[in-house]
Design a protein around this ligand. Structure first.
Ligand SMILES: C[S@@+](CC[C@H](N)C(=O)[O-])C[C@H]1O[C@@H](n2cnc3c(N)ncnc32)[C@H](O)[C@@H]1O
Length: 343
């Protein structure tokens, strides 16, 4: 539900970017195709242009990133991709178990709650067992109101059983645009849970936003001089804290947009996680790569990424996004076609 790009959201008459843009303007800026996962004809055209098949991996000759095609619950496939590397940070963005845009597809389907919880346990087993001794683990979630906020409570209880992993924080990302009705609070949130194992580093500079501090209101006398709280601050800008309000959701007008990717996370959010939770040269794992946001954040920050996706088309898009970043400095395609060979 909440990991959808705005172009995929149903319009409930709420505050949405799409409703603000004139139709003629939208026509000029059209994505070359819709959701890749659910359009079988499009998939047939794209698959021959994908360099990896299920179980295969690509090793980046420039920075040593690894991109693979694997089912996250298949220990064998995942083991081959991760090899003996021990990532110290994992950024996981699994399907949220909600039907997006009324399309139930293999990669983004709605399972029964029980089956989804089994899937969660299985991928936690493969992913967490491959992490280094001292590691951080971030996982994105949405809550399904129709099913008692599933899967967040179940996930938290499952993690509580894994004693070596300690809950460290619960971050909420406040989307700028949301959706809802006139009878309920508008849904504008995404959840990001943060766990650690062992002794991990946290790079505090990653937390500072560009938002200036504006609230005065109290003072202290220092050395006989009255000083306002703002004068005594370590920084002029506020820390992100665990409610992030400075992240723009991805939609087709943004330069970082990757057409066909229905659940792309904003670069700024993943960059913040990677910056805070890892250091130069570290291995960072993303078991649900999709548009390759973690991969390009790792490239920008000089970390090494191990990213995989069950879908060879998303693995290919991830590699192409890295190559595009290197050749053009751009983070995405906006409305250009990532597969020019089929246009
Ligand atoms: C929510 S998206 C991840 C979005 C990503 N963070 C980004 O910024 O582009 C989830 C991805 O998980 C992939 N996926 C679904 N089931 C999977 C599985 N069993 N193993 C690996 N990947 C899977 C889907 O194909 C989809 O691309």
């Amino acid at each position: 539900m909440n990991n959808t790009k705005t172009s995929d959201l149903p319009l409930f008459g709420a505050e949405t970017e799409t409703s603000e843009i004139k139709t003629t303007d939208r026509r000029k800026m059209r994505e070359p195709f819709g959701r890749i996962d659910s359009d079988e004809l499009l998939r047939e055209k794209l698959l021959p242009h994908c360099r990896l098949k299920s179980g295969e991996k690509w090793v980046d000759p420039v920075s040593g990133h690894i991109v693979g095609v694997a089912d996250v619950v298949d220990k064998n496939q995942v083991g081959k991709i991760i090899d003996n590397f021990r990532p110290t940070l994992c950024v996981a963005d699994p399907p949220y178990n909600v039907i997006v845009g009324a399309r139930n597809t293999k990669a983004l389907s709605q399972l029964s709650m029980k089956d989804y919880d089994e899937f969660t346990k299985a991928w936690l087993d493969t992913v967490l067992s491959s992490m280094g001794e001292n590691s951080s683990f971030y996982v994105w979630f949405g809550a399904d109101m129709k099913n008692g906020m599933h899967p967040i409570p179940e996930f938290c209880i499952e993690m509580r059983r894994r004693k070596e992993w300690v809950a460290r924080n619960w971050i909420t990302v406040r989307n700028q645009r949301g959706y809802g009705t006139q009878k309920n609070w508008m849904w504008v949130r995404q959840e990001l849970l943060y766990y650690i194992k062992g002794d991990v580093s946290f790079n505090i500079e990653a937390e500072y936003t560009d938002i200036p501090k504006i609230l005065r209101g109290y003072h202290k006398v220092v050395g006989g001089k009255r000083t306002e709280n703002l004068e005594r601050s370590k920084s002029d800008t506020i820390r992100a804290g665990n409610v992030w309000v400075d992240i723009q959701q991805v939609f087709y007008r943004l330069k970082e947009n990757v057409p066909g990717c229905y659940a792309q996370k904003p670069f700024k959010s993943i960059e913040r996680i990677v910056r805070a939770g890892s250091n130069h040269g570290d291995y960072v794992l993303d078991p649900f790569s999709h548009s390759g946001t973690t991969l390009v954040a790792c490239e920008a920050l000089k970390r090494r990424c191990i990213a995989f996706d069950i879908d060879p088309i998303f693995a290919e898009i991830s590699i192409r996004r890295l190559e595009r970043l290197r050749s053009t400095g751009l983070l995405g395609w906006q409305c250009e076609n990532p597969f020019p060979e089929i246009s």
